[in-house]
Write a protein that binds this ligand. Structure first.
Ligand code: ADP
Ligand code: ZN
Length: 204
């Protein structure tokens, strides 16, 4: 509980693939908090300086002033304890301590809104988002539009070759794909043995 306002804190998570509107949704919520005359602070990791170093920017170019931090630990350095609402963009790049810090802030009566990728380019849960999802009061999963077929898309498809977990980029390097069109760099579904007709299997 916040000792000044008496408010009970909580954690809200907005997660999904790239292009699904996480930053837009984060900015929308933070704008509403400002309209409600709440004190707001926004943080993002240094890794994401694609468009701007002191703003969070969505793919549709909505923007909001933000503080760049090396990792979650640095949030405490810049935090004004009068702040009531704290936004964290690209939380999956803030390091493992983001979980402990989000918890601490929520325990101290802050409304913590966390946006981040829930899966990586291979479709695997992206740490530490699963832990945040388990600890949050509220979860919103945003979906993009599959660039192959137009269906709702939950995957971030990497279009360039790299084994690295993180390749920072946007249009041209990644696109949104649905479950069916996603190609995670491991055999496609039709290449799995159990998916192939019996007659084909015998030929191999
Ligand atoms: P995220 O933070 O999840 O990467 P953003 O909030 O930055 O997403 O951007 C969402 C915006 O991206 C949409 O409103 C739309 O204008 C644009 N966009 C580009 N590609 C797609 C796509 N494949 N599906 C949905 N929106 C897309
Ligand atoms: Zn598709």
């Amino acid at each position: 509980m916040d000792i000044v306002t008496g408010h009970v804190g909580w954690i809200e998570v907005v997660c999904g693939p790239m292009f699904s509107g996480k930053s837009e949704e984060l900015i929308r919520r933070l704008r509403r908090a400002k309209i409600a005359r709440k004190r707001v602070q926004v943080f993002k990791p240094t890794i994401d300086d694609r468009y701007s170093t002191d703003e969070i920017v969505s793919h549709s170019d909505t923007r909001m002033q933000s503080q760049v931090v090396q990792d979650a630990g640095e949030i405490m350095r810049y935090l004004d304890w009068r702040t009531q609402v704290i936004g964290l963009d690209e939380a999956n790049f803030l390091g493992p301590r983001v979980v402990e810090i989000a918890q601490q802030l929520a325990d101290a009566g802050k409304q913590v809104i966390v946006a981040g990728l829930d899966t990586d380019y291979l479709g695997r849960p992206f740490p530490p988002m699963p832990e945040l999802l388990a600890l949050a009061e509220s979860i919103t999963k945003t979906l993009a539009i599959c660039m192959r077929c137009g269906n709702p898309a939950k995957h971030t498809q990497r279009l360039v070759e790299s084994e690295a977990l993180i390749v920072v980029g946007a249009a041209g390097m990644y696109e949104a794909r649905c479950r069916r069109c996603f190609e995670p760099g491991i055999p496609k579904q039709e290449h799995f043995d159990f998916m192939r007709p019996e007659r084909e299997k015998q030929q191999v």
